[in-house]
Each structure stands twice: as structure tokens, then as C-alpha cells.
Design a protein. Structure first.
Length: 500
């Protein structure tokens, strides 16, 4: 296969930071090439240089052998490079057809040719073998279908290279399989695909070759089939790893004792059927289930974000009424949302301001933390959680996803909670940061906290939890613990195929 894309000696610096240093990257026509590395390794910067968001300080880019220097994403698109991002950057209030042709809609004399617009949209979707009503409002579609529309839009040009930046982060297993089918068809048609992901299983399922970056430098390019998973992780982390690095963090179930948080008949019409659960000090209990099973809805009811229709909640044996997050925080609950960007970080505020906001809210305006107390608190958690930041005044948006997640964990740990709810705490972060967060969860358990752990990755649930409550179709259908807690049993329960 011919080299379709060649980046040679790419360098990029920002004030005080070398983001890329002499990086080479090649993609062949008719291949899926995974771009891997920890958060902060330089993947995003390399993609932004390729697509014209940032100009390279050094090096050259060739597409189909011709030297190119895109100065904006639109220029890159005109050259044949299309990009689809994790967050679908389309207009939900417009139709599918309008989104696919947005900015390049056919028409004359200021009037749009709606027949041509619909025909062009159907042609773009047919290329992906996707059936969709082109007149439907985009926002009415599932996230997976919106992702397909974004890809159809990307291919509505003379694209030769498709860049998929974390396209599977919000998709369930079946939707991922459908996306992979589309990627394989595009590959068979001679397109080059750059696949950026943190999911190693997906790398081995669909990619032909992979390139690893670390600290802004090229580690190497490899045939996927010739590199073991342990070897890949070692290259990403820059150290030797063994199977012991991926052993279970879960402790044996603790002896029965009074729960710190208990719910009976907790539910909300249309969100989750009434259920009972209890969380004990010093345990990590999991909520398992497929996407849409009611995991997040249960967490939001416990924390008072959503209003329950009925049921009772008790905290340390006493009945309580948690009708808002501030009430939950005052009691001793903490909640890390699955949507780090929309519901977690305050992007324009500093690491310090993000870290102390929950504790200050718990104390109230009349007991303001002094700057000295804030500084001491921040330095403690930056050391304890190994948060990589230039200083406490760095805007949190400048941190990698893994370090942002650590700041959010520090925010809640500063309130000294008795219960912490972690909804997808490792989503979108690299394997090194994931290991550190899992180790932190084990430490929280050892320190006596009750942890409710939610994750879409079954192996991660098994690795970290001593028992798992399984939800299916917004109902609690069972509990798995002890010797029965394994991936196979969980998968059967979640899918409704368990025989025992």
C-alpha cells in the first residue's frame, strides 16, 4: 500500500511547553492506523497540526506525495483531510440533510436546492450503508446515529484521509461494532483512517498499524498484530509492565455491618424502577448494566440531582431527605459525574479554584477558606494524587483528561465524604492515569469510605468491586459477589441470558 500521508519531523511548542519534538507519522491508503499515547503525549496536537488548527513550528506534511501546509480546518478539508471529533460538532436543531451539506449546500442566486441537498445527503449516508430519514432533526437521533451523520458529512467532500478522534467514547458495544463495520468498508475502498482511542481492545479489533507517542516524541510505529498488549502498554508508559499490573484491586467482601447509605424503594418514573441498595464503609460496590440500563439515573437520585417519586434514604442509620446536591454534600456524599466537561470541570477557572469549590460550598460564605488554606489543600492533593500541572493557578482546561479527573477527585476528597459515587471515572483517560485512579479507589476503600463505582468496562468493574448490583432495562435484576463475580456472569446478567 502506498503512503497516503507523511508527517516528517513535526515540531510544535507553546509557551513553556514542547508539545511535539521531531515526530514522524505515516498512514497508508487502505489502512486503519491507530494513534496512541497517554494524555499529554501529543496526539491532539499532532491532529491539530495535520488539520490546520495549529501551524507546525518545524517539519513537513505530504498528502499523496504533495507538500501541503493547511492553515485552517477548511483548507485541510479542501485538500482531502476530514475529521470527526468525539463530541459531534453539528447543529442538533437542523435536519440530517442540512447538517451533512452545511456550508456547502447546493443552490443558485441565494436559493437552496432542497432536492439536491436531500439527494446529496442520501448519497453520503448510502456510502456508509446507513439508513436514516434525511429530514429528521439531528437532535432526535441517538448519539451513534449522530456520529454516523458526522462521518457522512466528513465524506461529503473528496476526502482521502479520515481522522476519527475518540469516536467510540459514547457508544455501546453494538454501536461500536456498527462503526467498525463502516470503517472496514471505507478501508476496503482505499481510504486512509487515523483512529485515536484509549480503548486497547478496539485497537486490536480494527487497526492494521499503530503509532505510539510519549511526552511529545515518537516511540515507534508497529504492525498491530505483531505487538502484544503488554508490550504496547509498556511503550505508552515508558517502562516494563507485567500481568501483575492488571490484577484485581478488589478486596474480599467485608463482614455484614450497618450501611452508611441505604435506599429502599428508590425510583423515578421513566428513569428507574424502585430498587433497594445499601453501601457499607470500606467497600467498593459496583453498578453494572448496559448503556441506558439506569446506572447514572440511580446515582443522580442518590445525590439529589433528580427528584425521586418515592422511597426512603437513610444515612448512618437515620432517615434523611436528600432533595438537592448541597444537602447531599452537607451529609457527607460526593459525586463525580460521567460528563467531565459539561458537569465536572469549570474550564476557565484554575486548578486551585476547581479543587476548593465543593469544600467552600459545604462550609458556606461565612467560613471562607483563606488563600493560605487553599494553597495548603491544593499542594497536598497535587502531591497525593500526582496531578501534573505547572502550578495551582494553571487553568484546568490546559490539563490532560486524566489530570482533570484527578482534580475532580481531589475536589470531593477535600470535603472528607463518607460516600463517594464515581460515574465512569476512567472514561477518556489513558492507561497510566487509569491505573493510578484504580489504585486511589482501592486506597479510599482501605481508608473506610463507601464507594459506588459505575463503569461501562466490565473488566474494570470486576477488577475494582467486591460486589456488583446489576441493572437491566432500568430495573435492578440481581447482585453478584464472591466467586461468582466474573466478566462472564456479569455479561449474562446484563444481557438477560443468565440461567442460574
Amino acid at each position: 500500500m502506498a503512503e497516503l500521508l507523511e508527517l516528517r519531523g513535526i515540531g510544535k511548542t507553546f509557551p513553556g511547553v514542547t508539545a511535539l519534538a521531531g515526530v514522524d507519522f505515516t498512514v497508508r491508503a487502505g489502512e486503519i492506523h491507530a494513534l496512541l499515547g497517554e494524555n499529554g503525549a501529543g496526539k491532539s496536537t499532532l491532529i491539530k497540526v495535520l488539520t490546520g488548527v495549529h501551524p507546525a513550528d518545524a517539519g513537513e506534511i505530504r498528502l499523496g506525495g504533495a507538500l501541503i501546509r493547511p492553515r485552517a480546518p477548511k483548507e485541510a478539508e479542501e485538500l482531502g483531510i476530514s475529521t470527526v471529533y468525539q463530541e459531534v460538532n453539528l447543529v442538533p436543531s437542523l435536519s440530517v440533510a442540512e447538517n451533512i451539506t452545511l456550508g456547502r449546500s447546493p443552490g443558485r442566486f441565494g436559493f437552496l436546492n432542497w432536492r439536491a441537498i436531500r439527494r446529496r445527503a442520501r448519497t453520503a449516508l448510502a456510502r456508509l450503508e446507513v439508513e436514516c430519514d434525511v429530514d429528521a432533526e439531528l437532535g432526535s437521533l441517538s448519539v451513534a446515529h449522530q456520529q454516523m451523520v458526522a462521518i457522512a458529512r466528513a465524506l461529503d467532500t473528496s476526502a482521502r484521509l479520515l481522522v476519527l478522534d475518540e469516536p467510540t467514547a459514547s457508544l455501546d458495544e453494538q454501536e461500536v461494532a456498527e462503526l467498525f463495520g463502516v470503517m472496514r468498508r471505507l478501508r476496503a475502498g482505499g481510504m486512509g483512517i487515523v483512529f485515536v482511542t484509549h480503548f486497547l481492545d478496539q485497537v486490536y479489533a480494527v487497526s492494521d498499524r499503530l503509532t505510539v507517542l510519549r511526552n511529545g516524541q515518537l516511540v515507534g510505529a508497529y504492525a498491530t498484530a505483531e505487538l502484544s498488549r503488554l508490550a504496547l502498554v509498556g511503550k505508552m508508559l515508558g517502562r516494563e509492565v507485567s500481568a501483575a499490573d492488571f490484577t484485581s484491586h478488589a478486596a474480599a467482601p467485608r463482614a455484614a455491618g450497618p450501611p452508611v447509605l441505604a435506599a429502599r424503594g428508590l425510583g423515578r418514573a421513566g428513569a428507574i424502577a424502585p430498587l433497594d441498595l445499601a453501601l457499607h464503609p470500606g467497600e467498593v460496590a459496583g453498578l453494572g448494566g448496559l448503556l441506558g440500563s439506569g446506572r447514572t439515573e440511580t446515582a443522580r437520585l442518590l445525590f439529589g440531582i433528580d427528584t425521586r417519586d418515592g422511597g426512603e434514604i437513610s444515612f448512618k442509620g437515620a432517615p434523611v431527605r436528600i432533595s438537592s446536591p448541597p444537602e447531599a454534600v452537607r451529609l457527607g456524599l460526593a459525586f463525580c459525574s460521567e460528563d467531565r466537561k459539561a458537569e465536572g470541570i469549570l474550564p476557565n477557572l484554575s486548578v486551585r479554584e476547581n479543587l476548593i469549590v465543593a469544600l467552600q460550598g459545604k462550609r458556606g460564605l461565612l467560613r471562607a477558606l483563606s488563600r493560605a488554606e487553599q494553597a495548603q489543600l491544593c499542594e497536598h492533593y497535587i502531591r497525593a494524587l500526582r496531578i501534573k500541572t505547572a502550578d495551582t493557578e494553571t487553568p484546568i482546561r490546559n490539563l490532560s483528561g486524566g489530570n482533570q479527573q484527578k482534580v475532580l477527585l481531589a475536589r470531593w476528597l477535600a470535603t472528607q465524604p463518607a460516600v463517594i459515587i464515581l460515574d465512569e471515572p476512567t472514561r477518556g483517560i489513558d492507561v497510566g492515569a487509569k491505573q493510578e485512579i484504580e489504585q486511589l479507589i482501592a486506597q479510599l476503600r482501605n481508608d473506610g469510605l463507601a464507594v459506588l463505582f459505575i463503569s461501562s468496562e466490565i473488566d474494570e468493574v470486576v477488577r475494582n468491586c467486591s460486589r456488583v448490583l446489576v441493572l437491566r432495562e432500568r430495573r435492578l435484576t440481581g447482585e453478584v459477589a464472591g466467586a461468582g463475580l466474573n466478566s462472564e456472569n456479569l455479561m449474562h446478567l446484563m444481557a438477560g441470558t443468565h440461567e442460574g
